[in-house]
Write a new protein. Structure first.
Length: 399
């Protein structure tokens, strides 16, 4: 696609904000059709599907935040003049064509598209069938915003294809795909990796851990655990596993206190064999695979560890590499934890719920990357570009 100037891109985004505001009632009504057809047994997925007045306001705000950010394309990364006289400049450049595959959340149809477009990328959106009506009307809004500013609809395309057709699309895309972002569970990620022929940037599972050190402030600990677990169970940054150092003063009493607090907010508790000795009525972890599981539900694992080193080892073995937190008043222990835990975001005395583009100052995000190339963490506007070398000579030849 051609390189668009910042002014034109921002005009499209201005138009989009006005169109969404104008169409908010129709957007909410189309979303109601999706909600009525949805099986509410999967509460996390249902929560992600809902579009209400607040969600529409959030869509508009997301577009505004991206519009207000500096254009990421063409930014100077480095510049050098070599002894030979060649001038070598490295600047940011669009990826080209991006595809994102995601479930349920209609707001991704806004956030992914606005980020891709502002970074001068074309994007294919493959939303879930459960959000069909919501996504269709949002695509219409995008197309109107593009066309009133003299641009082709092709910048933003919602794909209406099933699983088998998606497989074929990945294997034999109608045009070159430069990057695919699967935003979902392990099965989706594996499906995309198996069938795609271009770069895949993984937005991985959560399965986030929190370690309670022997010197943790217990009041802070209870507050952080409850927030990380219950603030939004459908979030990939929600807490799933708590590792408690057995050398905490009044250990058994504090474990029982934690159980009471979690039960009060309707969290189901699974425990390892050691904690089972304290919480005799709790359900023991059924199998090792539970340690790898992202719950997306009011469910949590409580387990005992003997040391910081054991906690780090367990987190690096079982977690999704998304977010991990340590509760401690010892800054040296916190630093060791944060350096040695292999996650995209690591926290000291804070909830994992902050692993979010808006909360981390990035703004709207395409996903939370758990890959290490080319970027890890929230994929915001600045991360949706690659780079390109411009080399200027005057008849130079290599000898």
């Amino acid at each position: 696609m051609e390189l668009l100037n910042s002014e034109l891109k921002n005009k499209v985004l201005d138009s989009m904000m006005k169109i969404i505001d104008r169409e908010r009632e129709n957007i909410i009504n189309e979303n109601k059709k999706d909600l009525e057809a949805f099986d509410r047994d999967d509460q996390a997925l249902y929560d992600r599907l809902v579009v209400n007045e607040a969600k529409v306001d959030g869509m508009i705000q997301a577009i505004k935040e991206v519009k207000d950010q500096e254009d990421p394309v063409g930014q100077l990364k480095s510049e050098i003049v070599l002894d030979s006289g060649l001038k070598v400049t490295n600047r940011t450049a669009p990826f080209g064509t991006i595809m994102i595959i995601y479930e349920s959340r209609p707001d991704v149809t806004i956030e992914a598209a606005v980020l891709a477009f502002k970074a001068n990328n074309k994007i294919f959106l493959k939303g879930g069938k459960e959000a069909y009506n919501s996504n269709v009307i949002l695509e219409k809004c995008w197309h109107e915003a593009l066309e009133v500013n003299g641009l082709s609809r092709d910048w933003i395309t919602l794909l209406h294809i099933n699983r088998q057709e998606t497989q074929e699309f990945l294997k034999n895309p109608p045009e070159q795909l430069d990057l695919i972002v699967p935003r979902g569970g392990e099965r989706l990620i594996q499906f995309v990796k198996e069938h795609s022929t271009c770069a895949v940037l993984v937005s991985g599972r959560g399965n986030n851990f929190l370690y309670v050190s022997e010197d943790a402030d217990w009041e802070k600990t209870l507050k952080v655990i409850v927030n990380a677990k219950t603030d939004k169970i459908s979030g990939c940054n929600a807490l799933d596993k708590v590792l408690i150092n057995k050398h905490i003063p009044n250990y058994e009493a504090k474990v029982k206190a934690l159980e009471e607090v979690l039960k009060a907010v309707n969290v189901d508790i699974l425990v390892d064999s050691s904690i089972k000795g304290i919480l005799s009525d709790a359900t023991e972890i059924p199998e090792e695979n539970t340690w790898y599981e992202e719950f997306l539900a009011l469910k949590i694992v409580l387990a005992e560890v003997d040391s910081l080193d054991q906690a780090i080892e367990m987190i690096n073995k079982y977690s999704g590499g998304h977010s991990a937190s340590i509760l401690t008043e010892d800054k040296v222990k916190a630093q060791k934890f944060m350096e040695q835990v292999d996650s995209a975001a690591v926290y000291h005395n804070a909830s994992t719920r902050f692993t979010d583009g808006g909360q981390m100052g990035v703004g709207a995000e395409l996903a939370i990357s758990t890959d290490k190339l080319h970027h890890r963490g929230p994929l915001g506007l600045k991360q949706l570009v690659t780079n390109k070398y411009y080399v200027f000579g005057d008849g130079h030849v290599r000898v």
